[in-house]
Design a protein. Structure first.
Length: 405
């Protein structure tokens, strides 16, 4: 059963039904936002909460999480502006209770894709906008197929609004504006293990490099083995060159909607440490998953040995994104490459919070209902400017025939 907790663990009063504002009621008016952050005690959820807490337009936050103690601890950081709530979110009815009284819901359980659909269902039932960071291509397809339900409820769902996917989608759209014709989109990411979210990066890698990935090749869909097709790509300094491999991220599924004439869309990623990357790929192929580690009590143990990966050649201290868009400009081949470097917490939580604030202000998504991807409803420059104010920079890596990024 779900539990409501105050910032220090005490019960708090739920809003009455007369306090509830639906998306249809407030999307055209400027209101102080009441935000529910599902997975708010995780690395990305905590960072999103911190970014939103400083905004005058955010009236209150509910830190909803699987772990009651963690949820209460995070909520306590924001004083009277935040309260805590916990449930397992697997039941849409219980997830719906976590969203009661909220104007907007953020989903930060990207590492647990099985929970994404119940939370989306709960948001649709509550008739409030939902912005999530799901990064699994199969679950993303399932969420996109919920468009009729969201449209009927007159609400908006934005799926894949973290780092990859999310910021990478907006980078692809922005880069494409420097070309007359887009033929290929190649996305790469590296997640540092030398960060507060290093354990999450390892758990995420187990999911991303196992099974099959769906890529768009030659103008059609192809299933390829995740963890294969390794190549070296250059990320912005100080990350530099990193070997990346095909992963299960959903950008091909998402961007194929926005770029109907594109011939190829690929996504590759890495932890930045070759021996650790190989170990994770092998473990994934042997069926080891996040839940396997949790049942065996392995995730806490990872925290103790992650700092030692430096013994095996180190790894980047920063995470990074790279988006390369190839096509033609004035009939000549041209390429635009954008990149970003920061902690993965910032790269994922920044776009999520920025998109939430833009929807809350009505500058994006006005009149939109249904399930959408970030690049379908959000203006990249607005998000980039908000990120820059938070110290997160998106920049052009290589000039493309004089085309400014």
């Amino acid at each position: 059963m779900p539990h409501q907790l105050g910032a220090t663990g005490e019960n708090f009063a739920r809003p009455t039904s007369t306090d509830v504002r639906t998306w249809a009621e407030w999307r055209t008016a400027a209101v102080a936002l009441r935000v529910a952050i599902v997975g708010g005690a995780g690395a990305i959820g905590r960072r999103a909460a911190a970014l939103l807490a400083d905004q005058p337009s955010v009236e209150s936050m509910v830190i909803a999480d699987l772990a009651p103690v963690n949820a209460a601890e995070v909520a306590s950081r924001f004083g009277s502006k935040a309260t805590a709530y916990w449930t397992d979110f697997s039941d849409p009815r219980e997830a719906r209770e976590a969203l009661e009284g909220a104007d907007l819901a953020l989903g930060c359980l990207g590492g647990r894709p099985s929970l994404e659909r119940p939370i989306v269902e709960a948001a649709i039932d509550a008739r409030i906008p939902y912005i999530g960071i799901c990064d699994d291509w199969k679950v993303t397809e399932e969420v996109l197929e919920m468009d009729p339900e969201a449209s009927e409820a007159h609400t908006l769902v934005v799926t894949g609004a973290g780092a990859s996917p999310g910021l990478t989608n907006l980078m692809a759209l922005h880069a494409s504006r420097g070309l007359d014709e887009v033929n290929e989109i190649h996305i790469s990411w590296v997640g540092s293990t030398n960060s507060p979210s290093g354990v999450e990066a390892v758990a995420h890698t187990l999911k991303s490099f196992g099974g099959s990935a769906r890529m768009f090749v030659g103008g059609g869909w192809r299933f390829v083995r995740a963890g294969g097709a390794r190549e070296q790509v250059w990320f912005p300094e100080p990350v530099g060159a990193v070997d990346v491999a095909t992963c299960r991220h959903p950008e091909p599924v998402m961007l194929a909607r926005s770029f109907p004439g594109v011939r190829e869309i690929s996504v590759k990623g890495s932890l930045g440490v070759a021996i650790l990357q190989d170990a994770m790929r092998l473990a994934s192929r042997l069926g080891v998953s996040r839940s396997t580690l949790e049942r065996a009590g392995g995730l806490p143990g990872i925290e103790t040995w992650l700092p030692g990966v430096g013994f095996f050649g180190g790894g980047p201290r920063w995470s990074a994104l790279r988006v390369e868009v190839r096509g033609r400009r004035m009939s000549a081949p041209a390429t635009v490459v954008l990149g970003a470097v920061d902690s993965m917490q910032n790269l994922a939580a920044g776009p999520l919070a920025a998109i939430a604030l833009a929807i809350g202000r009505g500058t994006v998504g006005r009149g939109e209902v249904g399930v959408r991807t970030p690049e379908e409803v959000v203006e990249p420059v607005e998000v980039f400017q908000r990120l820059a104010n938070w110290g997160i920079k998106v920049a052009r890596l290589e000039p493309a025939d004089g085309v400014a990024a």
